[in-house]
Write a new protein. Structure first.
Length: 170
């Protein structure tokens, strides 16, 4: 009986560790504003210049990076679903797993709402500053295209993160 209790305790501890493993990225989510996509750094004082310097190839690379991030988020959702199935099989582990997922989902949700708001503010400021920038009509058009592509890709990431949070809360 004692060995059974020890095994049960280990299972619960493993479920908690798994939940904390998902929560760890949530703790790092606040650092998302420092994201770097190739040579594009949000929060940098030269953010607008970085956008102006982007060309079609840079935009394509950025889109590829964002697509990769969405794939990684989908993989994390799959891992959560697998972990949930394992927790379902052990009634003692299930409450710990649920609590860990609730904590992680709350942290990710809060951090990402803040982060995406900051990113939108950065893009809005860059767009406003672009109107007054001393650039050619071609650079103006390319930079607006870069900003539009970045907004579109960030919306995709935000949607994927929303799906991740929903999977944590399921």
């Amino acid at each position: 009986m004692r060995a059974f209790n020890k095994a049960k305790t280990l299972t619960i501890a493993a479920a908690a560790a798994l939940g904390l493993g998902f929560a760890a990225p949530a703790a790092l989510a606040n650092d998302f504003i420092d994201i770097s996509l190739e040579d594009l750094d949000f929060g940098d004082k030269d953010f607008l210049q970085q956008l102006i310097d982007m060309d079609a190839e840079d935009i394509a690379e950025m889109r590829a990076e964002m697509a990769e991030a969405r794939v990684e988020i989908r993989e994390a959702i799959g891992e959560i679903e697998e972990a949930r199935a394992e927790a379902e099989a052990n009634p003692d582990a299930k409450p710990v797993f649920i609590a860990a997922m609730e904590a992680a989902s709350a942290a990710v949700s809060t951090a990402m709402k803040t982060t995406f708001a900051e990113l939108r503010t950065e893009l809005d400021a860059a767009e406003t500053d672009l109107a007054a920038a001393n650039v050619s009509a071609e650079e103006m058009t390319e930079t607006r295209a870069a900003i539009a592509a970045l907004r579109e890709e960030l919306e995709g990431i935000e949607e994927a993160v929303g799906e991740l949070v929903a999977a944590m809360r399921a």
